[in-house]
Ligand binder design. Structure first.
Ligand SMILES: *Cc1c(COP(=O)(O)O)cnc(C)c1O
Length: 248
């Protein structure tokens, strides 16, 4: 990739802008510098853009569909570039065995059954691996539904269906020896006030951390709402279009 690659220059400019806005939002919220991490979501964009991002210092890449992510991760690895892959989309149980092969952190576990399927996949993966590692398990965030509609993804606080009850999903992840509960993730509902939605999320995160102090990650905020998310304690923002351009 040449230094005068115009696509790289475009991404570099967007990234510089975004980093400035993240720093400003963090500063305004009284957060420590470096407290808010960035995952660049590359769905619909090619592996070449991931390589460009890595060359610009981006270490964490998000994808929302296994069918797209698995070959892209393989292509990026082939080119000798190492990044951490985050799985951020709705996950089907039959995709778990594929996702555990490349993902470092799965943001979107939202049912007890999915937690069990992911734990099974992570266990098989560790058994077939010959690498000697003290890997403490696959990182998992439990996705919280802020509109209480589990069909749109996310576990629900005090749900009537135990499979999608937030406390039960959290307990299932925390209790699986091949998974490591790292925290929570949420997407603000489309028509909601993001400050209100993320404020509610902050309360839920605090409640979960009382039981599980290791659950320190809060993945919240996308291109359109990462500033309010940072105001309410996001430690990871997931940004796609503000860096890579609008998706078709
Ligand atoms: C696509 C996606 C993002 C990034 O969205 P943008 O609006 O492009 O920043 C973040 N989180 C999830 C779960 C996504 O699917």
């Amino acid at each position: 990739m040449s230094a005068d690659d115009p696509r790289r220059a475009e991404i570099a400019a967007n990234l510089a802008d975004l980093r400035k806005r993240i720093d400003a939002a963090g500063h305004a919220a009284g957060r420590e510098p470096g407290e808010v991490g960035l995952v660049v979501v590359t769905k619909t964009y090619p592996a070449a853009d991931v390589v460009r991002l890595a060359s610009l210092g981006v270490t964490d890449i998000g994808e929302n569909r296994d069918q797209e992510a698995a070959p892209k991760a393989a292509e990026v690895a082939q080119s000798g570039v190492a990044v951490r892959w985050h799985f951020v989309g709705q996950l089907q149980r039959n995709k778990c065995r594929s996702v555990v092969r490349y993902a470092e952190l799965v943001h979107s576990v939202d049912s007890v059954r999915l937690a069990q399927a992911l734990a099974d996949a992570a266990r098989r993966r560790s058994q077939e691996s010959t690498e000697v590692t003290d890997h403490p398990g696959l990182g998992v965030l439990v996705q919280v539904s802020l509109d209480r509609d589990p069909s749109r993804g996310g576990a629900v606080l005090a749900a009537s269906d135990p499979d999608v009850d937030l406390d039960r999903v959290v307990a299932a992840v925390a209790g699986a020896d091949c998974l490591r509960l790292r925290g929570l993730m949420a997407v603000a509902p489309l028509d909601a006030d993001p400050d209100r939605a993320f404020g509610e999320l902050a309360g839920i995160a605090e409640r979960v951390r009382r039981q599980h102090p290791q659950a320190t990650v809060l993945s919240a905020g996308m291109s359109g709402d990462f500033e309010p998310a940072i105001r309410h304690g996001a430690t990871l923002v997931r940004v796609g279009s503000a860096v890579l351009g609008p998706r078709r």
